[in-house]
Design a protein around this ligand. Structure first.
Ligand code: PMV
Length: 333
C-alpha cells in the first residue's frame, strides 16, 4: 500500500472537478502531550503508538491555493518563493502529486505560518492540515474530518491531529493500509481546557538539524530504549486521561513533561546520539524545575527542536509573565 492507493481508496468515485476560485484555509498548530515517535510504516506515516495533543487555536498555518494554468507548481512560504532544489519543495510537490487528478493541473500555493517553520513547533503539522483542507475545497471533495485526517497524515504524521481545536487523540490503527489510523477530538471539560495556558519559549528559530522523519527512523532502528517506548506511551496515555477527567493539572503537567523527557532520552540513546537540546533548553528546564519546587505548578513539553513550551494554570499567569517575560502566551480556547 502506498500514499497514492490511500487517496484512491478515500476519494473513490467522488467527483473531483476543480473550482477556479482561490481557496484559503487555516489549520492550528497542535502540541503533543503524549508524543508520536516512531512509525510502523514509513511511507504512510503509520505510528507505533497512539498520541494525544492540544491545539493552539490562534497559532498555525494559513494556506491559499489556486489552479495556475502553467506547466508547473509554484510555492511560497511566508512570502518567499520556495527553492525548487530544497527538501521542502520536494515534500510539498510529492504531496501535491496525490491531488494532481489530471497531469495538466498545477497549483499556486501560498503558505504562511505565524510560528517559526521547522523549529520543533509543529509548523509542518498545521501546514499539511491546512493544505489538505485547501485541496478538499479546491476539488469540492466534501470529505469528512476523519478522511481528511488520513490524507493530512500522508504529508506529516502529526498533521492528522491539526484538523480540530481542543484536545485530539490519534489512533494508531491496526490496518496495513492505514485507513483506521486517524485522529478524533478527545473530550475535555471546557472549564479544565480553559484553565490551561501555554507559554512558547522560541529561542531557536532556525531550521532543525535533523528532520523528525529521519530522527524517528534512527531512534526505532538504533536506540536500545525504543522497545520500552510503546509501554511508556500506553501508561502515560492512561494516566493523563485520568488526570484530565479529574481536572488534576499537576498530574496532567507531570505526565506530559515525563513523556517529553522519555522521548528525548530515548532518542539520545540512538547510535549516533540524537540531541535536539541546546544550552537554552537546559537553562529553561532548570528554571522550570526550580520555580515548581519553590513557587507554583509549571511544566514543559518539547518536540523535535530545542524550544520549550510551558504548561501552566491561568491563575498563575502573572507569575509566569514575570518569570518568563520573553514567552509568548497562548490559551487553548
Ligand atoms: O509529524 P512529524 O513527522 O513532524 O513528527 C512529530 C513529532 C513530534 O512533534 C516530536 C511529536 C508529536 O507527536 O507531534
Amino acid at each position: 500500500m502506498n500514499a497514492r492507493e490511500t487517496i484512491i481508496k478515500i476519494i473513490g468515485s467522488r467527483q473531483h472537478t476543480p473550482t477556479h476560485k482561490t481557496i484559503t484555509t487555516f489549520a492550528p498548530v497542535n502540541i503533543a502531550l503524549i508524543k508520536y515517535w516512531g512509525k510502523r510504516d514509513n511511507p504512510l506515516n503509520l505510528p507505533v503508538t497512539n498520541s494525544l495533543s492540544i491545539a493552539l487555536p490562534t497559532k498555525g498555518t494559513t494556506t491559499t491555493i489556486r489552479i495556475n494554468h502553467t506547466t508547473h507548481d509554484a510555492y511560497w512560504l511566508n512570502g518567499e518563493p520556495v527553492d525548487k532544489n530544497s527538501e521542502f519543495f520536494n515534500r510539498l510537490h510529492h504531496f501535491c502529486d496525490l491531488f494532481r487528478f489530471h497531469p495538466s493541473y498545477h497549483f499556486d500555493i501560498d503558505t504562511k505560518n505565524n510560528i517559526p517553520t521547522a523549529a520543533g513547533l509543529a509548523s509542518s503539522a498545521s501546514g499539511f492540515a491546512a493544505l489538505t483542507l485547501a485541496f478538499n475545497q479546491l476539488f469540492r471533495l466534501s470529505l469528512e474530518k476523519p478522511q481528511l485526517s488520513i490524507l493530512a497524515r500522508l504529508g506529516s504524521g502529526s498533521a492528522c491531529r491539526s484538523l480540530w481545536e481542543g484536545c485530539v487523540e490519534w489512533e494508531k490503527g491496526q490496518r496495513e493500509d492505514g485507513l483506521d489510523s486517524f485522529a478524533h477530538p478527545y473530550e475535555v471539560t471546557p472549564s479544565f481546557l480553559n484553565s490551561i495556558g501555554v507559554g512558547l519559549l522560541i529561542f531557536a528559530k532556525e531550521k532543525k538539524k535533523m528532520s523528525s522523519r529521519d530522527a524517528m527512523l534512527a531512534t526505532v532502528q538504533t536506540s536500545p530504549l525504543y522497545s520500552q517506548w510503546p509501554k511508556q506511551v500506553e501508561q502515560d496515555l492512561t494516566d493523563i486521561k485520568i488526570a484530565i477527567s479529574q481536572h488534576n493539572f499537576v498530574r496532567f503537567g507531570e505526565i506530559a513533561e515525563k513523556n517529553a523527557l522519555a522521548m528525548h532520552h530515548t532518542m539520545l540513546m540512538s547510535q549516533p546520539s540524537i540531541n535536539y537540546c541546546d544550552a537554552s533548553t537546559h537553562h529553561y528546564r532548570e528554571k522550570i524545575w526550580s520555580l515548581r519546587k519553590s513557587k507554583f505548578p509549571i511544566y514543559f513539553t518539547q518536540d523535535a527542536g530545542p524550544n520549550i513550551k510551558l504548561l501552566f494554570q491561568k491563575e498563575n499567569l502573572s507569575a509566569v509573565k514575570e518569570a518568563f517575560p520573553e514567552a509568548e502566551i497562548v490559551f487553548l480556547t
